[in-house]
Structure formats: C-alpha cells, structure tokens
Write a protein that binds this ligand. Structure first.
Ligand code: TXA
Ligand code: MG
Length: 336
C-alpha cells in the first residue's frame, strides 16, 4: 500500500509548465501528479503544492521544493467524504464537521485507517491523517481525475507568504516544480481551519477559513490544541507518534557498530562492525537525500521491528532535505 513509487525525474522540472484550468490543462496536471511530479493547483484557500500522497518520493519532493527544514505532516486532499473515509476513521464529530463544512476550508485530523494509502512521510510518521475536501470545484475535479489523495501544503518556499495566485507560486517555485494550474485568485486567501477529532473533545489546531463561531454552531464549545502534532500527541494517547519515537533507543552519528544494534545508513560508506549488526539498511546508496527522506519512516519502523535495543544511525549531511531528516532523527533520539 504505502510504497516508494517511481522516483520522479526532477531534472525535467527545469521549466515549470503553466497550465490553464481547461480540460486539457487539468488532464495533464492530473497525469503529472500520477507520475509522481509536483503540480501546484488552486484551492479556495491558497494555492497548494500537490504531490501524490501515496508516493513517498513525490511527497519528499514537496519538502525539497519548499526547502522546508522539518517534515511536518501534510494535508491529504480528496474529492469527497467517501474518499476521505477510505483514508481516515470518522467518529460522529468528524462526520458532523464534514457534513457541515465540506467542501470547504476545513481540515479534519482523524486516526488513519488500516487500509489507508496516505504514505508515512505525508503523515510525518503519525498514526493520524489530515484530510480536506476543498471548496474549489476545480480542485475537486483535479482530485477526482488523479484518483488518489493529493498532499498539498501552501505552494510557497518555506518561510514566505502563502500564494493566492499562479503568479505568486511561480515567483517562489518556478523551475522547481513540474507545473502550476492557473485558476485565478484564491478567494479565501487564508489556509483551512484544522480540527483534530481523535476521540474526546475536538480540538482546534489551527484557526483558518472556517471561523470559531461557525465551528461552535456545530460542535458547541471548541477547545484549542497546539498547532504541533508532537505537542498535540497527548490529545490522543496511544494514537500518535509511534515512530516519531521508535521503541528502540536511537544513537546518532554512529561511525562504528556495536554487536546487536540495528543500523541505519546513508550513502556508500560502511561503518566498522557492520557485520555484528542484527540488521541494517541504507536510505540511499547513491547519497540522494530525496530518496532518503522518502524511505526514512518506513526504514526506522522495519529496524525497530527487529527488536534491537538500539538503532545506530550513521551521519547524514545537513544540506537540503538533510536538515529535515536530521530534525526527525533528533526527535526520535530525544524521545523518552
Ligand atoms: O488551506 C489549506 O489547508 C492549504 C491548502 C493548500 O489546502 N494547505 C495547507 O497545508 O495549509 P499545510 O501542510 O501547510 O498545513 C498542514 C496543517 C499544519 O498545521 C499541520 O500541523 C496540520 O495541518 N496537520 C496535518 N496533519 C496533522 C496531524 N496528523 N496531526 C496534527 N496536525 C496535523
Ligand atoms: Mg504554509
């Protein structure tokens, strides 16, 4: 289910296609997304930088293009509630929210369903998934044509303003993504409201396009929760974060291996003592940080499943996506 998918050919993105929102443009945009390429598209809130949410390599490309220093979990966009229910477990509260505000600028965070296809990287390794049915008919048409959930943060470089037009997107990302679909200006201009429905009371994780008043009309009182899924973890004990923190202790910058350790490597170098490891994996033999990001959570999970007490992690460069990879590994090492 969760698979690495094809490694997208990013050299092909040297020129970003400007697609119109006619049938031809939408068909090509959907095809590029299915091929694992990055396509920015309009929603009613802001332009999103889309990637096939089931393809970890494609999702890693989002972090690379945005130069995001952390792997935060991304919203998976779907065309309707039925598609959302394939990916997440909806309790009564989540259903009420979806019925009241979808399609529209609301995102619900719900437990990921067993049969869900949104990859680990898009969920940042969490057991929950953020889902949204956008209000823009154009966006829903695109999502229906893709036929898979599409992960999409705002289509800007990290630390810059969210784009509300195709021109804004190109100002930040021209030459870094395959295409942008021009659908005019985004009417809401502000990201979606994010509400966690993880059992217990719903929590407002991020204010946005759906106002608190509107939420309260459906939910009664709304409790605020932190806009950080790691901090938010206690909201749903047992649900979150199993591989922000593997069961095994994580030892970083390992240049040699102790007997019985499981080992996570990057690049061609092989540390001393590797033959004493219970298991080892290489995130990318060729030293490709995008490939490494795509496989990181899955590799940690497999190494943890060996039952080793320690996962020793070799050095990983801090350039490009390496910063986010190291950030996640430090969190994993610091946990408990
Ligand atoms: O309006 C929007 O929501 C835009 C358009 C493109 O749809 N998208 C967007 O995505 O703003 P992004 O990735 O920038 O925002 C994701 C938000 C973050 O606040 C993140 O922490 C939260 O959703 N989030 C995602 N998954 C989560 C999870 N499993 N638990 C808690 N928070 C989560
Ligand atoms: Mg943003």
């Amino acid at each position: 289910m969760n698979h690495l998918g094809s490694i997208p050919d990013r050299s092909a993105d040297a020129r970003t296609l400007r697609l119109s929102s006619d049938r031809e443009g939408m068909t090509l945009g959907a095809r590029l997304l299915r091929e694992g390429r990055l396509v920015a598209f309009p929603t009613e809130t802001v332009y999103g930088l889309g990637a096939d949410a089931t393809n970890a390599s494609a999702v890693a490309g989002i972090f690379e293009a945005k130069e995001r220093p952390r792997f935060n979990p991304l919203i998976a966009h779907v065309p309707n509630l039925a598609a959302a229910r394939c990916e997440g477990v909806f309790d009564e509260v989540a259903v009420a929210l979806a019925e009241a505000f979808w399609p529209g600028p609301l995102t619900v965070v719900v437990p990921a369903s067993d049969g869900g296809t949104v990859c680990d990287l898009a969920r940042a390794g969490l057991a929950s998934v953020a889902l949204r049915v956008p209000g823009s008919a154009l966006a829903r048409d695109l999502l229906a044509a893709v036929g898979r959930p599409v992960a999409a943060p705002s289509a800007n470089r990290s630390g810059r303003l969210s784009p509300t037009s195709a021109a804004h997107v190109l100002a930040d990302l021209d030459g870094r993504i395959a295409a942008v679909i021009d659908g005019g200006s985004a009417p809401v201009g502000l990201e979606s409201t994010v509400v966690a429905c993880l059992g217990g009371r719903p929590r407002l994780l991020r204010p946005g396009g759906v106002t608190r008043d509107a939420l309260e009309r459906v939910l009664g009182d709304v409790v605020d929760g932190p806009d950080d899924p790691v901090v938010a973890a206690p909201v749903a004990p047992g649900l979150l974060a199993s591989h922000y923190a593997p069961r095994a202790r994580v030892r970083l910058e390992a240049v040699s291996v102790e007997r019985g350790e499981a080992v996570l490597l990057f690049g061609a170098e092989r540390p001393a003592g590797l033959s004493d490891a219970v298991a080892w994996e290489d995130l990318s033999r060729s030293g490709d940080l995008v490939e490494a990001a795509a496989g990181l959570f899955a590799a940690l999970r497999r190494l943890d499943a060996t039952g080793a007490d320690v996962i020793a992690v070799g050095p990983i460069p801090r350039t490009g996506l390496g910063e986010a990879i190291n950030n996640r590994l430090h969190r994993a090492a610091a946990a408990r």
